[in-house]
Design a binder for this molecule. Sequence first.
Ligand code: SF4
Ligand code: SF4
Length: 147
Amino acid sequence: MKKFLTCTYLNLIPGFILTFRRMVMTIFGGHFTIQYPEEHYPFRQGFRGEHRLKQDELGRPKCVACLMCQTACPANCITIVATESPWPDREKVPQSFQIDLLRCIYCGMCEEACPCDAIELTPKHMQAAYFREDKVYDLTRLLHNTE
Ligand code: SF4
Ligand code: SF4
C-alpha cells in the first residue's frame, strides 16, 4: 500500500511542474488565449482549408474541365459540368463547378490530381454558415475565394 501511494504521488510531480511552469510563463508575459474572431491562431504551413480555383494571367479559369479532381475525390463532393471552350488553347472549360464543403474531408486529393495546377486548398477555415447551401461553393465563389 505504501509503495502504491509513493508511486501515485511521484506520478503527480510532472503535472505539478508543468502547471507551475505555465503559471510562471503567464504571469511574466506569455499568454495562451487569443481574441477570436478578431485574432486567429496561425495555422501550420500546409494546412488545408477551403478551395480556390486559380486564374491564369488573362483572368481565365485555369481549369480545363478534365474531371480528374472529381474522379479522385473520395468524398464525391465535386460536381463539374464541362462545356466547349471559347479559346483555342483548350478543348473544354467548366460550365459549372461545385464543391460541397460539408462533405469534403480536406484530404487534398483534388489538388494532387489536377494536371493544370488549377485548384488549391487555401488556409481559409471559416466553416460557420446558417444554411447548408451556403457551404456548396459554385464556380464564381471558388474563383474568388481569397482571404
Ligand atoms: S479535399 Fe478531398 S474530399 Fe475535399 S474536394 Fe478535394 S478531394 Fe474531395
Ligand atoms: S483536375 Fe484541375 S483542370 Fe481538371 S477539372 Fe479539376 S480543377 Fe479543373
